[in-house]
Design a protein around this ligand. Structure first.
Ligand code: ATP
Ligand code: LTN
Length: 334
């Protein structure tokens, strides 16, 4: 029997991924690729909804792909590709936009938040149709599951609605995907503001641990992480958000349980604990960083791998798109 299919992606919105992306997404993707026929994209078309310098975007796209591979996504096992390399994404997004309600799209909270933040005149239409492009990503591949963070759940629900609507109106063309929402315990917070999610586009970089930071810089950021005045290494998300966040990172990277780590550091100060965590982080990310930099040293080879994977993606995507065009009554080109 063929494996069920999985789809996920990240925007190339920074030079480096941050460890929240690694713990919350890449580690799970790496495991899931064993049991699923997995598709992972670098969603560069989505990234165009934010202002970008063209040469920087190109570089960020390569860097994001290199970090997927360095973190253990295997391009021979999973289909790892760049969204814009597969033309069908933009084409299906147009088709789906014709069955998406204006009101329905207006209710997407990510759009409401961003358009409120920037103001209507600085908000582009691409930001409005962002979820429709995301639906196209997912539906082109007859996806069964979509692992995403909580903030993307509404977009996957819209994807389901669009798939069901199309299937009912024109005949079955799409599998209806299920969102798999990442556990809250896998959420990593900013080291300086431990109540805000760590994010690639954070305003200050002091609280962000970058995958490609050099080890000394990561260690320094951990030593400077905000804690509290109690002095005991104990998990309490409400009262001790800083220490709790560090414990979650420690546990995620070592595969150990939080109580065991609390025991190990009982009666010792935050300095010791942070030093221990810095060692764990350097040990985990040293090889990942090394591998990513090696891949980036040979961009031609990386581009070849991405092209071969895009060709694989094309086959599946084109078949879905042809069926959709047919069902909607678009005249076939002979
Ligand atoms: P941006 O700032 O550009 O929105 P981001 O760093 O917040 O980027 P996304 O590109 O939105 O990250 O998310 C990519 C993946 O990483 C998603 O699956 C998301 O759930 C996961 N992720 C992002 N930040 C964190 C975090 N702090 N903790 C756990 N998972 C995270
Ligand atoms: N919007 C998502 C990125 C994304 C995605 C997708 C995730 C684009 N297309 C398809 C899963 C499936 C984000 O910001 N994390």
């Amino acid at each position: 029997m063929s494996k069920p299919r999985l789809y996920s992606g990240m925007q190339p919105s920074a030079d480096s991924l941050q460890i929240g992306n690694y713990i919350g997404a890449l580690m799970q993707w790496r495991d899931l690729q064993e049991t699923y026929d997995a598709y992972f994209s670098v969603v560069d078309l989505h990234a165009l909804t934010q202002p970008n310098d063209p040469s920087e975007l190109r570089e960020k796209t390569r860097r994001t792909a290199a970090q997927y591979i360095a973190a253990g996504i295997e391009p021979s096992k999973s289909t790892l590709y760049v969204q814009s390399h597969v033309r069908a994404h933009a084409e299906l997004a147009w088709i789906l936009s014709t069955i998406t309600g204006f009101g329905e799209a207006s209710r997407m909270t990510q759009f409401k938040d961003k358009s409120q933040r920037y103001g209507a005149d600085a908000t582009n239409v691409g930001l409005f149709t962002y979820p429709v492009l995301m639906a196209a990503d997912i539906l082109l591949y007859q996806t069964d599951i979509v692992p995403v963070g909580d903030d993307q759940k509404q977009h996957v629900e819209l994807t389901r609605d669009l798939a069901e609507r199309f299937n009912a109106r024109y005949g079955d063309a799409f599998r209806v995907p299920i969102p798999v929402i990442q556990q809250d315990t896998a959420r990593i917070y900013d080291l300086q503001m431990p109540t805000a999610k760590m994010s690639k586009s954070a305003e200050s970089d002091a609280g962000v641990l970058w995958l490609l930071d050099d080890p000394a810089a990561s260690a320094k950021k951990i030593m400077r992480a905000v804690t509290d005045s109690e002095g005991s290494v104990r998990y309490d998300r409400e009262a001790k958000p800083g220490v709790s966040n560090l414990l979650v990172i420690y546990a995620a990277l070592t595969g150990r349980q939080i109580p065991a780590i609390e025991d190990e550091y009982a009666g010792r100060g935050y300095g010791d604990f942070k030093k221990g965590l810095a060692e764990v982080v350097v040990e985990e990310f040293g090889p990942v960083r090394q591998r990513a930099l090696e891949l980036l040293d040979d961009p031609a080879e990386l581009d070849r791998v991405l092209a071969a994977n895009a060709a694989r993606a094309d086959e599946v995507a084109d078949a879905t798109l042809a069926d959709v065009y047919d069902k909607m009554g678009l005249l076939r080109r002979v």
